[in-house]
Design a protein around this ligand. Structure first.
Ligand SMILES: [Fe+2]
Length: 306
């Protein structure tokens, strides 16, 4: 069984349970950025291959505040724009999953057969809340993601988005004991993935919340009930129930957004879900998804004393 080792659990800063003053300072700044609607996080990008300074600053500002930004591009639909755009935000180390194309970027569309059969992302079924790559090993954690819409469905296929730092904040305000449980190295286990009796990915055990070497908050999570084993203690189960209730709620911190053709989401792997959708002949949904080991540049946590 793989054990996800996060080395920096004793760091100071807002995500340390003992550093209350840093938390309170960070918390106030975070809450001051709300309420806002997702449509206000949209930045027009004129050339994704050479983004201009003003556009880049606007996207970075959104990422710093919300860990996500929406962008809108007209005229460019070539798949290469995704990797090029990521590069300009310091996102270059692409994760290649089983269903990715040769360039390590996945074409998300409804697929009837093949390896993708049985995977919800390749169907029109609703996709439950998760962060990407929650089953990845410790060294291959997904810190950044781009989701670029080439074609939207005739109806539905909306994304719900929640900054994982807000999930942390709300949980810590409710009961720091739950945060402690979610930071435990044995909080969540994803059993091995088997295809036709053959193990293609070993089981992964690790925390839900952790800190990277710069102190940034990272989250591994899936709301799915099957193929997931939670540590069976009261604090862990309380935290799981808290997250479920939060994600099912109409929290002002949850964004709902329907990506239109040419629009995309760039994020530090925030929590997300997708509604079901309906296609017709002219509206076959196609999204490109790039997953990175890097978070967006210039979005590292700044620990300032108030
Ligand atoms: Fe995802």
């Amino acid at each position: 069984m793989g054990q996800i080792v996060m080395q920096h659990s004793e760091m100071n800063g807002p995500f340390s349970l003992t550093d209350t003053s840093a938390y309170q300072y960070w918390r106030k700044a975070k809450l001051d950025s709300y309420p806002i609607q997702a449509s206000h996080l949209k930045v027009d990008v004129s050339n994704p291959y050479a983004i201009c300074g003003r556009e880049k600053s606007a996207i970075t500002e959104n990422l710093r505040k919300y860990n996500l930004s929406i962008y809108s591009i007209s005229g460019h639909q070539d798949k290469t724009l995704v990797a090029e755009l990521g590069n300009q935000f310091g996102m270059s180390r692409l994760d290649s999953n089983l269903c990715a194309d040769e360039d390590s970027i996945t074409s998300l569309q409804v697929i009837e057969g093949g390896r993708q059969k049985g995977y919800i992302p390749y169907s029109n079924r609703p996709l439950n809340w998760h962060t990407d790559g929650y089953y990845n090993t410790g060294s291959a954690q997904i810190r950044g993601m781009i989701l670029h819409c080439v074609q939207d469905a005739a109806e539905g296929g909306d994304n719900f988005l929640l900054d994982h730092e807000m999930a942390y904040l709300l949980m810590r305000d409710e009961d720091p004991r739950m945060i402690k449980a979610m930071m435990a190295a044995d909080a969540m286990t994803i059993p091995a993935n088997e295809e036709a009796g053959e193990e293609i990915r070993p089981a992964q055990t690790g925390p839900v919340f952790s800190q990277d070497s710069s102190g940034n908050l990272h989250m591994r999570y899936t709301a799915r009930k099957r193929n997931i084993e939670w540590k069976q203690d009261a604090a862990t189960l309380d935290a799981v129930a808290f997250l479920e209730a939060l994600l099912a709620s109409e929290s002002r911190y949850i964004f709902r957004y329907h990506l239109r053709p040419g629009e995309g989401l760039i994020c530090n792997n925030v929590l997300h879900s997708r509604t079901t959708f309906t296609e017709d002949d002219e509206h076959k949904r196609l999204l490109y998804r790039a997953r990175y080991y890097d978070r967006a540049s210039d979005t590292d946590l700044k620990i300032e004393e108030g």
